[in-house]
Structure formats: C-alpha cells, structure tokens
Design a protein around this ligand. Structure first.
Ligand code: AHR
Length: 541
C-alpha cells in the first residue's frame, strides 16, 4: 500500500516526538514535519545518560469494574470448580499474579457513580441486590470492598479506589477512607473491625469520581460544581488521612465539547487539594475514526501523545495561575482499543446478573496499537504515574474466562511484555524513521519505539511497533555511549492477517514468536522488523 510512495524521514526525540494528533472527533491533525534525511533505513540513537524519567510501575496498571462479567464470573465465581474457598477464580488469580499487575482501579467506571459502598460490606446475607443504573444490571453485592482488598492482596496488586461523587456525598467518600485506612476507635474503622478486618488497608491512591464531565454519567455536573465537590471531598478525606494521593476527574476524552476547558475549570477550583488529574481514551478502527484504514489506526497512539501534552499544558497553566510549587501528575486511568461492543445489547445488562457486556474480541492490529499505546505511556513517564489498561478480565480485556478456563486475547502480549521487560529509567531516544502518508494526518513514522534502562543491571529493553503493513523495516541502533554486551532475547508479535483473533478453540493464533536476532558490530546493532509487528528486544549490559 505504501511501497510506491516517496519516503521521507521524521527526526524526533522520543519524548517530544511524534508530535501529531489524531482523533476522529478532532478532525485532521498536523504532524510536526522534520527535515528529510537520506537513506532508506531507520536509525535509533541510544545514550544511557539521556533518560526521561524513572518508570513508575503503576504505569502498567489495570481496571476491574462491576460491569458485565468482570467481577462476577471473571475474578469471583463461588460456583466454579476453578475457584478457591473464597470464591476467587484461581486461574485468573495465578495469571494476574504472574503478570505482576501493580495497581488495579476498582469498582468503576460508570458503575461507581451510583454505588453505595456500604451495600458491599458486612455479612453477605444482609447485602442488598441492587439495580446498577449505569449498566442496567443486577448486582448481588456479594463482592465488595473487603473482597476486593483480599483478592488484590493475593494477586499482589495495590488498589486504586474509585469514589462515588455522582449520587455519593463528600462525606460518604471520607467515610470509606476512614473504613479502609483508620486503625480503630472511630465510627467507620470500628465498622470495619466488626466485619472481621482488624488491620487497616492504608489505600494510598483514590479517584475523586469518574468521568463527571460526561452527560452519560450518573450525577453528571458542570465543571465548577464538580470542582467544588472534588475539593470538599479531598479536604474531608485528607482530614481522615493526610497521606492520600488524590486524582481529580479530567476530561473523558478529546471528543468532549468541554475538552480542556473542563480540566481548567476543575483545577482552578481544586488544584491545591489534589495530586493528579485523570484522562481516558478508547480508540477504534471505525469508519468515523479512521475510515477503517489500518495504517491510520496504528498511528492513533500518537493522538494520545497529543492528548497527554494538551492536558499537561492545562495543569501547568493552572499551576502558573496559582503560583503553586506543586506539579500535578497524570493518571491515564482508562485506556484501550474499544469500538465493536459499544452500543445496544453490548452495554445493556437488561437487569440480569453478570451479563455479557463489552466483550470485545481483539485482533492482531488491536494488539499492535496497544503496543504503540504502551510506548506512548513510557515516553511520557515523567508526568504519567498511573495508567490502567481498561479492563482486566472479560470486559474489554486481555483475559477472558469461560466455565472451563482462561483465554489470553491478542492484547495480552504487549501488556505482558511491558510488565515483564520495562524496568528502570525510560530512555530518551533520538529516532529517525521513514514515514508514510496518512490521509487527513500527514506523514507518520513507520517505527514507534520506547526503551528502558535498568539502573542497576544496565539491562536495556526496547519495544518497537512497525506500522508498515507491507514490508519489514531495517533499523540501525547507534549506541552513543556504550553498546550492550549480550543479547538476552528478541520476540515479535506479527502475522499475515491483521484481523486474526484468539479463541478458546484456537488460543494461539496470535502469539509471540522468536524474532530475527539483531546483529551487533562495534557500536552499532542492525535489526529487521517484520511488517505489521510489535517487537521486544532485551540486552544485558
Ligand atoms: O471501561 C468502560 C467504561 O468506559 C467505564 O465504565 C467508563 O468510565 C468509560 O466510559
């Protein structure tokens, strides 16, 4: 498709890089053009002294909402022979523990804006069956805060707790903090103890509501109303526990009419009382967004790059207005590909328990874009401290359960690689890549790269998306200060069919394969990246 095109090169430093945006709802976007360079191959310049930031493990978090089969039948299924005595699916727990998911957002999402946390604690027999109005689903409340904390402990992950600032009050938010974090001697800590939990959980990270800018959100309000409520909640919560890290709700996406203006107004109100601002993004290969052009789809992580830059600009604008010393960080607490199971019965539980909702089946091209998104998050690790792949099990998820087992969808693999191989400091690479033309966008680099350097071991991991749908791309890596000693591994996710999926019947149709070994000679390494691929390479120092 792009083979006959005149090729140009985009030169960029990875952090500032890829300065382009794309969003169907934003219309065409402009790429920062860079001088064309001669040659036909890509060049990555690596200098271990040039780093962006230490990578926060929470950059690779995930999300579990009371939605569809995420909790019920996903992680909790007491009727299943695959579950332990607490009703937790052992296969799911093992997988999550092995992945090493550092932080998991809970219990929503849209669900949280109508959720009364008191319904989900205490003796199970007394818990009410409730109609969740966000997803028109019956929630038995058999799984609640204490079950989530117990599950998270076994899974080895920390909670990122969502608060109901829709129907819930600032007072009930602070009460949940007291229930979770105060040791004893107060109304809500004693309630927890009466529920058999002596030790406080000391939950550090809290989301002040969910997508409150969205008209679909229960309790949706204006930015100034939300800013006031978030401020009130933050102050009451900090009175209970001053060590909390609090995340205010930013815009739900660049398509919102109030995009950035919402963020500004909210922060003008509550900047001093919060630590971070949230952002969300779901991408799709739809007629509206990409014209179903896979080349365009695979460039969409670059529009997230712009969303991050724009949101940070607003945070820093308000910081300037306030003459504040404090710099906010970002919580990209919902991101994924999601566009097929997004309307009609896919989002309506019809008042059933654990209905099949948002059960997106992921393709190879989705996995490649997820790899690109992970690269984007890594390149922005200086300001993004938490990010959550939405979600973890069954609902727009890398993992799917059925009565007899667990399936790894295509997007599982890039996520797993990030968790396994991205450690230490993110390297600020200088990248020159051949480019291709994307309609309404401009020229997009074929190659998208992120790399990390472990400060103690000196190990380097490099993650490369090749957006070229037709042919492989050659890269020359220039080790500017020192070349690594030894190749530890190179693995690739690729295939001939961009629409290939994994199923319970054919679970490995899209799975990692050994990649061509990069060849190092002196201070240079040559690398061949197959068409339509996402590759991870690791070297020891
Ligand atoms: O993750 C699915 C839904 O997407 C969440 O409930 C909501 O916050 C977002 O719109």
């Amino acid at each position: 498709m792009f083979s006959g095109q005149r090729r140009r090169f985009l030169k960029q430093s990875a952090t500032a890089a890829m300065a382009c945006s794309m969003d169907s709802l934003l219309g065409p976007f402009a790429l920062a053009q860079a001088p064309a360079t001669a040659g036909d191959i890509a060049h990555f310049y690596v200098d271990s002294r040039r780093t962006t930031a230490a990578l926060d493990r929470n950059l690779f978090g995930s999300f579990l909402e009371h939605l569809g089969r995420a909790i019920y039948e996903g992680i909790y299924d007491p009727a299943s022979s695959l579950s332990d005595s607490a009703g937790f699916r052992k296969d799911v727990l093992d997988e999550v523990r092995q992945l090493g998911v550092p932080i998991i957002r809970y219990p929503g999402g849209n669900f949280v804006s109508g959720y009364h946390w008191l319904d989900g604690v205490g003796p199970r027999k007394d818990r009410p069956r409730v109609l969740d109005k966000a997803w028109n689903t019956i929630d038995s409340n058999q799984f609640g805060t204490n079950e989530f904390m117990a599950w998270s402990k076994i899974a080895g992950s920390k909670p990122l707790m969502g608060l109901n600032l829709g129907t819930g009050s600032a007072e009930s938010a602070a009460a949940l903090v007291e229930y979770c974090n105060v040791e004893k001697g107060t109304k809500w800590s004693e309630l927890r103890r009466s529920h058999g939990i002596e030790q406080p959980y000391r939950v550090e990270h809290w989301c002040l509501g969910n997508e409150m800018d969205g008209p679909w959100q229960i309790g949706h309000m204006t930015a100034s109303e939300y800013g006031l409520k978030a401020q009130d909640a933050a102050r009451q919560m900090h009175a209970v526990d001053s060590s909390l890290q609090l995340i205010a709700c930013g815009s739900s996406g660049p398509g919102m009419p109030t995009y950035l203006e919402w963020d500004r107004e909210v922060l003008e109100q509550c900047y001093d009382d919060v630590d971070a601002l949230s952002l969300h993004r779901y991408l799709g290969n739809t007629q509206e967004e990409t014209g179903r052009d896979s080349g365009k789809f695979l460039a969409m992580n670059l529009s997230m790059e712009q969303q991050i830059a724009e949101t940070l600009a607003v945070c820093d604008l308000v910081r300037g207005h306030k003459r504040s010393q404090k710099k906010l960080w970002l919580s990209f607490d919902e991101w994924n590909v999601w566009y097929r199971e997004r309307s009609g019965d896919a989002v309506n539980g019809h008042e059933h328990e654990a209905p099949h909702l948002l059960e997106e089946v992921y393709t190879l091209e989705d996995a490649l874009l997820v790899g690109g998104i992970l690269n984007t998050l890594m390149r922005n690790a200086d300001r993004i401290k938490i990010a959550c792949l939405a979600q973890l099990v069954n609902v727009i998820a890398p993992l799917v359960t059925n009565a007899s087992g667990l399936l790894r969808q295509t997007i599982y693999y890039p996520y797993r690689w990030a968790l396994e191989f991205a450690h230490g400091n993110v390297l600020n690479l200088l990248v020159e890549s051949p480019t291709y033309e994307v309609s309404g966008v401009g020229r997009v680099p074929y190659l998208d790269v992120a790399a990390t350097l472990h400060p103690e071991t000196g190990g380097i991991s490099m993650f490369v998306l090749n957006r070229d749908l037709n042919k492989s791309q050659t890269v020359e890596i220039h080790w500017q200060d020192r070349a690594p000693n030894r190749l530890l591994g190179s693995t690739v996710l690729t295939g001939g069919d961009l629409k290939a999926v994994n199923t319970f019947e054919a679970p490995l149709r899209v799975a990692p394969q050994p990649a061509d070994k990069p060849v190092t000679s002196g201070e240079r390494t040559r690398l061949e990246l197959p068409a339509r691929s996402y590759t991870v390479i690791q070297w020891a120092s």
